[in-house]
Design a protein around this ligand. Structure first.
Ligand code: ZN
Length: 337
């Protein structure tokens, strides 16, 4: 493989281009199905108001149906002056089934925050394109996948094939050092020896490593995600190379350092982007599309699917406090979505 050489001068423009992609608005829209805790019509109105950018006071007759212990933290659920999101459109709001269906051009995490500004907990239940719609590439089937990254660094990365040509990659990863981190699809869904057994970047075309906007790149090259001061990277990308049906059973790995997109001049630049040790990984599994996830919120104890996931993660004896620590080889991803 002729994967050598460098083009450091192009790095800055590549970063700028990628940042624009990371902004994640104005692109193709996905349909998101959320479960939102709505116990009465007033709850539904509060959710509707939040989506219109005007979250109101909590209703006295309709208190948030989950105990304060499980309020989203550190963001308080009320009084958040979120602006209206131009990239979010309400399709259906059904309080009787606690379902909200939206069309969004922004990341699912941002939509979730918007919904929760109403004071109600929200859980993404499914993601997709309506079956039979012009954007439905395969009859509404096998078009959504998810990888749960766990260990000291935790996250969820979702893949949605919105058309035969376009895959939306949407995710949130917590526990990272602030700054850029390389994110790649790797060839094997094998975490038996931690992330080291995931193999190389997924590269069915025999290309050299590159950036997500490059003509010549590994198919699995997703560039960088950027963690904020709290160590959270929330991102949404659109990719024309990846196909959901090609990557189910493979893996996603987030790295400790920045991916130089093949332009750094390091011996590893054209091979891996020289993005450092692997921090966390997860197997890509088929995910629920729209209306395919029968799981309901457990209103008896106020726990949601996310609470269950958080509780399981914090009780894990393998959770590493150091975000740069090597991932545990005993991690067994069990994505709900
Ligand atoms: Zn690569």
């Amino acid at each position: 493989m002729r994967c050598a050489g460098s083009d450091a001068g192009a790095l800055r423009s590549a970063r700028s281009s990628e940042s624009a992609v990371m902004a994640g608005s104005g692109g193709s829209s996905c349909t998101l199905e959320f479960a939102v805790q709505m116990s009465c019509e007033s709850c539904a109105e509060a959710v509707r108001a939040a989506l219109e950018g005007a979250p109101g006071e909590p209703h006295s007759e309709c208190a948030p149906p989950f105990p304060p212990l499980f309020l989203p933290s550190p963001r308080p659920p009320h009084h958040i002056p979120l602006p209206a999101f131009p990239g979010v459109r309400l399709l259906e709001l059904r309080p009787e089934t606690q379902t909200v269906l939206l069309e969004a051009e922004v990341g699912a995490e941002r939509v979730k925050e918007l919904l929760e500004s109403s004071g109600r907990r929200a859980v993404l239940r499914g993601m997709g394109v309506p079956a039979g719609s012009p954007g439905d590439p395969r009859g509404g089937d096998t078009t959504a996948a998810v990888a749960a990254l766990s260990g000291g660094v935790r996250g969820l990365v979702r893949f949605l094939q919105v058309s035969p040509e376009l895959c939306v990659v949407d995710g949130v990863i917590d526990g990272l050092r602030p700054g850029p981190h390389g994110l790649h699809v790797h060839e094997f869904g094998d975490t038996s020896e931690g992330c080291e057994s995931c193999g190389d970047h997924y590269n069915p075309d025999g290309e050299c490593h590159g950036g997500p906007q490059d003509e010549h790149r590994h198919a699995g090259d997703l560039g960088n995600v950027w963690a904020d001061a709290e160590g959270r990277a929330a991102f949404r990308m659109e990719d024309t190379r990846l196909k959901v049906w090609d990557i189910i059973g493979r893996s996603v790995v987030v790295d400790a350092g920045e991916d130089d997109l093949g332009r750094g001049g390091h011996a590893l630049s054209k091979l891996t982007g020289n993005s450092g040790p692997r921090l966390a990984c997860g197997v890509v599994a088929r995910a629920a599309g729209l209306f395919q996830n029968p799981k309901q919120l457990c209103t008896c104890d106020g726990l949601t699917l996310w609470d269950e996931r958080d509780r399981a993660a914090t009780s894990s004896p393998t959770a590493a406090p150091n975000p740069t620590a090597a991932p545990s080889p005993t991690v067994t991803p069990t994505p709900h979505l």
